[in-house]
Design a protein around this ligand. Sequence first.
Ligand code: TYC
Length: 103
Amino acid sequence: MADNDTSIKPKTVTKPKLERPKLYKVILVNDDYTPREFVIMVLKAVFHMSEETGYRMMMTAHKMGVCVIVVCARDIAESKAKEATDLGKEAGFPLMFMTEPEE
Ligand code: TYC
């Protein structure tokens, strides 16, 4: 082998593709039957909100139809939405929390 018989190998750097997991919104949906105080109680209990924040978010849903409560990982969003919706169901109210992927 000659001295200058060097093999030139391109050094390829493969970047590991780390996909960022999609985030999900928990959305409070307005209805005509659930009492305002009950909605605030659920927001405080499930989402650890203050009375003031709970009131503000309840009123946003009341006036606008919906209100984004939190954005988080899918499994947390789904279990929180179910827990909060179930509290309404157990009390006989049609209170609804949905989840939706963030764009
Ligand atoms: N609209 C309800 C009422 O007037 C209160 C309410 C607010 C219910 C927000 C649901 O997501 C909701 N009693």
